[in-house]
Ligand binder design. Structure first.
Ligand SMILES: [Zn+2]
Length: 185
């Protein structure tokens, strides 16, 4: 209703320290006011987004490499849809890795272990950096970016074309290999 949006607008103006606008029924300089309001809205949204992300256990992986609210370059760089989809799933923590599939199955901690390695947790870092099941694809696509303990984060944060494309290709081919392994084992 009109009353509802009007009171929301009033609350918003007060929140941003512009409550006087509501009570004076005038904004003064229209353009300057709108520019300021837009900036405040954007700042407020970014602040809430950052707080929500950093306080979320579910998205702790995403928070570990995502720190700004910009569109990632890989959307432009990775043109092959199935590669891009695999990269998006990797970043969102929804690849069918055991640490994701059994995220809430606390009753059986063994379920999150890698089916191939047996004694390692199958999470994204294991999948990207270590699991020997994907050694051929790691060598072909991403080995040169994996040099130290921070490599996983740096690779996930990378905004350059070739590493993004290679990471996406790795994610796609490794997932396919995982599917086949799980079918045949
Ligand atoms: Zn493994």
């Amino acid at each position: 209703s009109q009353c509802c949006w009007a009171s929301r607008l009033r609350d918003l103006l007060c929140k941003f320290g512009s409550g006087f606008v509501w009570f004076q029924k005038s904004v003064g300089n229209d353009k300057a006011f709108l520019a300021l309001l837009k900036e405040r809205l954007c700042d407020d949204f970014k602040q809430e987004w950052t707080t929500a992300l950093n306080s979320s256990e579910r998205f702790s992986l995403y928070a570990s490499f995502k720190s700004n609210l910009l569109t990632e370059n890989y959307f432009d760089f990775v043109k092959i849809k199935c590669f891009r989809d695999a990269l998006i799933k990797l970043r969102m923590g929804v690849l069918p890795l055991n640490a994701n599939r059994f995220r809430y199955a606390h009753e059986n901690a063994l379920k999150i272990l890698c089916n191939f390695c047996k004694n390692e947790i199958e999470d994204e870092i294991h999948f990207i950096c270590f699991c020997p099941l994907y050694k051929e694809f790691r060598l072909k696509y991403i080995q040169s970016y994996l040099q130290n303990d921070h490599s996983f984060t740096l690779l996930m944060q990378c905004q350059e074309k070739i590493p993004c494309q290679n990471l996406a290709a790795f994610a796609f081919h490794a997932c396919k290999k995982r599917d086949i392994y799980m079918l045949l084992k």
